[in-house]
Design a protein around this ligand. Structure first.
Ligand SMILES: C[S@@+](CC[C@H](N)C(=O)[O-])C[C@H]1O[C@@H](n2cnc3c(N)ncnc32)[C@H](O)[C@@H]1O
Length: 270
């Protein structure tokens, strides 16, 4: 009686255990991969020290600032190189004015801040080094007037109305004017604002496009590709939770080149 029972249990384990073991292996692989991605060193991992976050944490009185906490890591990653320099920054969306002071503190005394808001009440935040424009970011004629008065912007932060049409018009009216080497950052592109992300996907296609030319007899120009008009001036597009960042090249680029260096090559590729 006991022997057949043991055999039955063994058969069941053999039959059911195999698939279970496979499921377990898949689960482990997925879990480990996820762990690996989680541990990846990205800007969403809080930096050791971040002057913007410190400023925000210590800012308990006075003009209000309202930011997602993880934005401070993104700002610091893309803006740090401008600190202490003469830098001209534009923030769309002023609200209670506190962020304008935060940018002045972060970038230093050579920084010029320009704020834009649709609400006339925000004019009160104008002071030395801070100029405020009252206007609608979705109005292209507003931007024409803005650029007549402001000759240079190195950093653009769109924290305005957050609607897709506002974000797209703002990008189209400001990105071409942004200085070489400048940074464009659009906040709150999540949820209902996903239309903007789809628009950025279109730009990504332009950024990754490439008609490659093979120059088999020329190792110094073994592969080449002409830069399209977008690639000529745009260096990169970065995607973060709720935020898109676009960086401009410091110098225009005409062509991508992939040279080959060395004298010993495997025969399986040319
Ligand atoms: C989220 S608040 C800005 C927060 C501020 N940057 C901060 O860090 O505390 C959004 C601001 O965008 C402004 N705004 C909304 N629609 C706008 C538009 N179409 N054009 C310009 N500003 C707009 C609002 O009046 C509001 O002051």
């Amino acid at each position: 009686m006991t022997k057949p029972l043991v055999r039955i249990v063994k058969d069941v384990v053999k039959f059911v255990g195999g698939p279970f073991f496979l499921v377990y292996l898949f689960w482990r692989a997925f879990f480990r991969r996820w762990q690996f991605l989680k541990l990846g060193n990205t800007a969403s991992t809080p930096a050791e020290s971040n002057p913007l976050r410190d400023y925000f944490q210590n800012h308990r009185k006075g003009p209000g600032i309202w930011k997602w906490d993880h934005y401070f890591d993104i700002y610091h990653r893309h803006f740090e190189r401008f600190r202490g320099q003469e830098v001209h920054i534009l923030e769309i969306g002023i609200y209670s004015g506190g962020s304008l002071g935060m940018w002045r503190d972060y970038f230093g005394p050579r920084c010029h801040v320009y704020g834009v808001d649709i609400e006339p009440a925000c004019k009160v935040y104008e002071r030395d080094g801070v100029k405020v424009f009252i206007g609608n970011q979705a109005d292209r004629s507003f931007w024409r007037r803005f650029w007549q008065e402001v000759p240079r912007i190195d950093i653009i932060i769109d924290d305005g109305g957050h609607r897709t049409d506002q974000q797209i018009i703002t990008l189209e009216e400001t990105l071409p004017k942004l200085s070489p080497g400048g940074v464009f950052l659009c906040e709150d592109v999540h949820g209902t604002y996903k239309g903007f992300t789809a628009y950025i996907d279109g730009l990504m296609h332009q950024l990754t496009a490439g008609d490659l030319v093979h120059n088999l007899d020329n190792d110094s120009r073994r592969l080449t590709a002409r830069a399209n008009s977008f690639q000529e001036s745009i260096g990169s597009i970065h995607s973060y939770p709720f935020v898109t960042v676009i960086e401009k090249r410091a110098k225009r680029l005409q062509e991508f080149v992939a040279p080959k260096h060395g004298t010993e090559w495997q025969p399986f590729m040319k």
